[in-house]
Design a protein around this ligand. Structure first.
Ligand code: ZN
Length: 410
């Protein structure tokens, strides 16, 4: 079957998208175009299964359901495939018969957007709470812990505040349970109590299984009862970071995921809504276009700590330094290759969605977003392996920011 979606050329896929404005509203609420966003997926699903959960960003879950085109059902399964960007998938559809058939359905033939930065920690908070990084405080792979003046690593949750202290938005799963509905999460047993789960995805009944195919069967089983089931798949992201997103290894993970999703479709009770999405896409780095802050004095000058990740940095300036001078030097150095914003500019532009006063000091004084294949690293804190990852994400290009929203009914 021919694929009916035209894939933009690489230059276009690697260009920065205009800033997403979660807060753009008209007289009836959030604009429908702004509802085609990861933050709207769980609120929309909560409405689709009859237990609508309004959030601090999406006051009207039924509007989110309509904007995303979800039918009303008694039971739904949402699958989040880590690192499966819309355009990454579109370029490899020859390997994915099930996903190809879904992508060829016109309702599924356009992407939705993830949050900024396009990275797992920020996206999981955004997805789980139906809000935005500026409210969840889950701002990137690493970020400042202001109480201790250290950088937290938010995947392992090291040097970080307790998850319940940092992330205070109710999750959509908690909301569904409070409405008398069922919410079930199916994942690895050791993710059940992980800090990331507690922060972003707390509330559902957790079903753990080490075997990926058994997790599929358990998700299909859970869907026999009315309510919402969540299933997470992480292999594609891992393979992408190790081998490159278009490597043999990545493609074979994608093939396995396609097969498991087909089995999910076959095993789920008839009438179950299946929604497949992701947290972010991936881009291949260019090793010749990597800048090491440690070896460029004009970049390290006045910078106390560096957070974020190589495609989306947060610079925390020395106390006696005007962040505008740091931003000026970085903007000069990178020119068109990166977008450099002061914190106030980034917040005013809605980059992190609405921002809680409590979260504001955790956002960098200067926010740097890499275009094309540029990566900006710091050899003082990142080892050679981390600096050499062949594929990364975090930036606001189409390749990283655009994710699938594939709708199927079993
Ligand atoms: Zn990743």
């Amino acid at each position: 079957m021919d694929f009916m979606i035209e894939i933009p050329d690489t230059d276009q896929l690697l260009r920065l998208k205009p800033l997403h404005r979660e807060d753009l509203v008209n007289e009836t609420g959030v604009l429908p175009e702004n509802l085609r966003h990861l933050s709207a997926v769980l609120p929309a699903l909560s409405a689709a299964v009859g237990t609508p959960v309004p959030t601090a960003v999406h006051a009207d879950p039924a509007a989110a359901q309509a904007a995303l085109g979800l039918p009303s059902v008694t039971s739904a399964i949402v699958v989040l495939v880590d690192g499966m960007g819309y355009w990454n998938l579109a370029e490899r559809l020859g390997h994915t018969p099930y996903l190809r058939a879904l992508m060829n359905d016109s309702a599924n033939a356009r992407p939705i957007d993830t949050c900024y930065p396009s990275t797992t920690v920020a996206a999981m908070g955004t997805f789980g709470t139906g809000t935005a990084p500026g409210l969840t405080g889950m701002l990137g792979y690493t970020q400042l812990n202001p109480a201790r003046d250290v950088i937290s690593q938010m995947i392992q949750w090291t040097n970080a505040p307790r998850p319940e202290d940092l992330q205070r938005q109710p999750t959509v799963f908690e909301g569904i349970a409070a409405n008398g509905g069922r919410a079930t999460s199916v994942g690895l047993p050791n993710f059940k109590k992980s800090a990331l789960t507690v922060a972003a995805l707390r509330g559902p009944r957790y079903v753990g299984d080490v075997n990926p195919m058994s997790r599929v069967s358990k998700a299909a089983q859970a869907a026999r009862e009315p309510g919402l089931t969540y299933l997470y798949a992480r292999d594609a992201d891992k393979a992408g970071h190790h081998y490159g997103w278009n490597s043999e290894e990545w493609v074979s993970k994608l093939e396995a995921i396609d097969h498991r999703l087909r089995v999910l479709h076959d095993e789920a009770p008839a009438g179950t809504l299946i929604v497949i999405t992701a947290d972010h896409g991936m881009v291949s780095i260019d090793p010749t276009d990597q800048v090491d802050i440690a070896s460029v004095p004009v970049l390290s000058e006045g910078v106390h700590l560096v957070g974020g990740e190589p495609r989306a940095l947060m610079l925390y300036c020395d106390g006696d330094v005007d962040p505008a001078s740091v931003a000026g030097r970085w903007a000069n150095y990178f020119g068109e290759r990166a977008r450099v914003l002061l914190r106030s500019e980034a917040v005013a532009a809605g980059l992190f969605g609405p921002v809680d006063d409590r979260i504001l000091p955790m956002i960098g004084d200067v926010i740097v977003t890499a275009a094309a294949r540029l990566t900006i690293v710091d050899s003082r804190i990142q080892n050679a392996g981390a600096r050499a990852m062949p594929a990364v994400h975090g930036s606001a290009t189409m390749a990283e920011q655009e994710i699938p929203l594939l709708i199927d009914v079993a």
